[in-house]
Design a protein around this ligand. Structure first.
Ligand SMILES: Cc1cc2nc3c(=O)[nH]c(=O)nc-3n(C[C@H](O)[C@H](O)[C@H](O)COP(=O)(O)OP(=O)(O)OC[C@H]3O[C@@H](n4cnc5c(N)ncnc54)[C@H](O)[C@@H]3O)c2cc1C
Length: 293
């Protein structure tokens, strides 16, 4: 199948893109790397009348560090994130996660902003943004909004962006001295979307978590920041405490059945990932042993 007929304009600046979006409203779509939009158009899942191509706006590409904030432009491609020394030094969770996105051909074109605006609940990058406590910078004509990642994702393919706004950049607090991270996803083949995944960022004082952000993906309509993790903060983590937190996680999740997995399987896999994450971050093999809650 081919996409429905559409008009096309290549934006020459962010202001130009915003003018075009303002003029066409929800009949227009932004084109970045095209790795999600073009397949969706060819399948006629979406049929925009007007495409605003922002792919040449180099001002939206790149990584910068200032004070304790890492700013990444929306047009920064997955491959650029993967290879960036600034990202691996200051947000290593992101470097680890990007290697799980699709395949090199898609990582060469797909962009951070496109992935976040697309908001597929099985995507790696939205979960990382929530785990890292990112701020999403969004611009409209004459206004700019900064939205906490946890509030940005609203549902399946749904975000806080309006049709007339552009995602411009993300801002991440840089990794601190006692910061640790964990990323894992379970998929049928490397490069497939996850059946269940976990992006985690934590602070450790000795063997005690002083902060623990566990964000599960592909188990609901958006990345889920697990409140069950609070049970493991500022306490000595025992096998019993971990089992208790895993049980709470199971109650908190509301996954759906689909062709890839049933809801109970997803719930089970999320608990497996939680156990592996906590055991790995604490370097405690004893927590990885035994039966699941
Ligand atoms: C075979 C295949 C496998 C894939 N596997 C994975 C995977 O495992 N994990 C994963 O996360 N992704 C996967 N993807 C998707 C890929 O990562 C896309 O690159 C990404 O989802 C979208 O980035 P893009 O730059 O290509 O966005 P586009 O396709 O250009 O746009 C996607 C959506 O975001 C909107 N948009 C884009 N940029 C902006 C912006 N700056 N401001 C406002 N709105 C914007 C567009 O209008 C569109 O609605 C896969 C894609 C394919 C084709």
């Amino acid at each position: 199948m081919k996409a429905s007929a559409f008009s096309y304009a290549r934006a020459t600046s962010v202001a130009d893109a915003l003018e075009l979006l303002g003029a066409h409203g929800d009949k227009a779509k932004v084109l970045s790397g095209g790795q999600s939009l073009m397949p969706a158009m060819n399948l006629r899942l979406v049929s925009p009348e007007f495409i605003v191509d922002i792919g040449e706006l180099t001002e939206l590409r790149g990584v910068a560090v200032k004070d304790d904030i890492l700013t990444i432009g929306a047009l920064t491609r997955h491959v650029e994130l993967l290879k960036s020394p600034e990202v691996s030094a200051r947000a290593p969770l992101l470097t680890e996660a990007v290697g799980h996105i699709a395949h090199p051909a898609i990582r060469n074109r797909g962009t951070l902003g496109g992935s976040l605006a697309h908001a597929d609940p099985a995507s790696e990058l939205p979960a990382c943004m929530v785990a890292l406590g990112a701020t999403i910078v969004v611009r409209g004509r004459g206004s700019e909004r900064r939205i906490a990642a946890v509030d940005f994702f609203r549902g399946i393919y749904e975000t806080a962006l309006s049709a007339e706004e552009l995602l411009i950049a993300v801002e991440l607090p840089v990794a601190r001295k006692n910061g640790v991270h964990f990323f894992s996803e379970l998929a049928r083949r490397h490069g497939d979307y996850a059946i269940t995944g976990l992006a985690a960022q934590a602070m450790l004082e000795g063997e005690i978590f002083t902060d623990l952000r566990l964000v599960f993906f592909a188990v609901g309509d958006r990345p889920l920041l697990a409140t069950a993790a609070r049970r493991l903060v500022n306490v000595t983590v025992t096998p019993a405490a971990l089992s208790d937190a895993m049980m709470a996680l199971g109650e908190e999740l509301d996954p759906q059945d689909d062709q890839q997995a049933t809801a109970p399987m997803r719930r089970h896999l999320a608990k497996v990932l939680m156990r592996r994450c906590i055991g790995t971050l604490l370097g405690r093999a004893d927590l990885n042993a035994g039966r699941l809650a």
